[in-house]
Design a protein around this ligand. Structure first.
Ligand SMILES: [Fe+2]
Length: 290
């Protein structure tokens, strides 16, 4: 390899990883090397730019933690997360609920609650009921499905960002009932800005003159045996930021509407006196696993 040069360096680097035993990992690594080398040649990357890029990635790592992923945020504002969501969706069935961003504030270990769940606690904000059913491609209920749910509080922050909130505020995991149904008594989430204290905002999004706002949303991960796990979000049709989401997460099929329901049981769950309360109803449709 003494005579490696500009014309042979890419092939040399790619072939050096030919011994990776796992075929998929080999494809991922070698494909990435091809793309990175091609990028550097395309833009004629300089030493200074390369070092600056590495330093940026260091800063992205430095501010990340178990409960906050600046790398996820970087992926989100790049549209890369949405690209992966689209690649993972089932193009053969438009009826399947589309995926959307995981976002930087998902954390494992969310508490398991009884279904219907009560998350309101001491939270300020408009009380709403999110209720729906998890079904398969043919509309059959999936009672064995599980839901991982999280959202922000009335101040726009997730519990990890806000020492004023109790741990695990406004998040839970649920088992579906026998009809594949679930209900969560919560507060209406609010629009929020992506984190403004990190390198993704200061060095990329803000200098580009972009908005950091995200429309209000619920986050959900829905899983069921024999089906593709769905990572998605649910939006509010009345939200002013629907058409300028900083992370490209909005899909028409994920935009819901809060409606006033005359439902004493729902109102009791929400702790709302009187016969009427606000609810969003959804159907989450999973595709069969490959
Ligand atoms: Fe979010």
């Amino acid at each position: 390899m003494r005579n490696v040069d500009l014309n042979t360096i890419t092939a040399a680097a790619v072939s050096s990883f030919a011994g990776l035993p796992d075929a998929r990992q080999r494809l991922l690594v070698q494909g990435l090397l091809q793309a990175l080398h091609g990028y550097a040649k395309q833009v004629q990357l300089t030493h200074a730019e390369w070092r600056a890029g590495l330093a940026f990635l260091h800063r992205v790592g430095d501010i990340s933690s178990d409960t906050r992923s600046e790398f996820s945020l970087l992926s989100d504002v790049s549209g890369f997360s949405s690209l992966i969501d689209m690649l993972a969706s089932d193009p053969a069935d438009a009826a399947v609920t589309p995926g959307s961003n995981l976002g930087p504030f998902h954390a494992g270990g969310s508490p398991w609650l009884d279904n219907p769940a009560q998350l309101i606690g001491d939270n300020a904000g408009r009380r709403v009921l999110l209720r729906g059913r998890v079904v398969d491609q043919d509309g059959r209920p999936l009672p064995q499905a599980r839901l991982d749910f999280w959202q922000n509080a009335a101040d726009g922050l997730y519990w990890q960002q806000d020492p004023q909130q109790p741990a695990n505020n406004l998040r839970c995991q649920l088992h579906m009932d026998n009809d594949g149904a679930f209900a969560i008594a919560t507060i209406r989430p609010v629009p929020y800005q992506i984190p403004l204290d990190g390198p993704v905002w200061h060095e990329l999004v803000q200098p580009a003159g972009l908005s950091g706002w995200r429309p209000a949303h619920f986050h959900l991960i829905v899983s069921a045996p024999g089906h593709r796990t769905l990572v998605t979000e649910l939006f509010d049709v009345e939200d002013p930021y629907l058409d300028r989401d900083a992370v490209f997460g909005v899909r028409e099929a994920l935009v819901g509407r809060y409606v006033t329901v005359n439902d004493p049981a729902a109102c009791t769950l929400l702790g709302v006196s009187g016969p009427e309360c606000l609810a969003m109803e959804v159907v989450l449709r999973l595709s069969a696993a490959d």
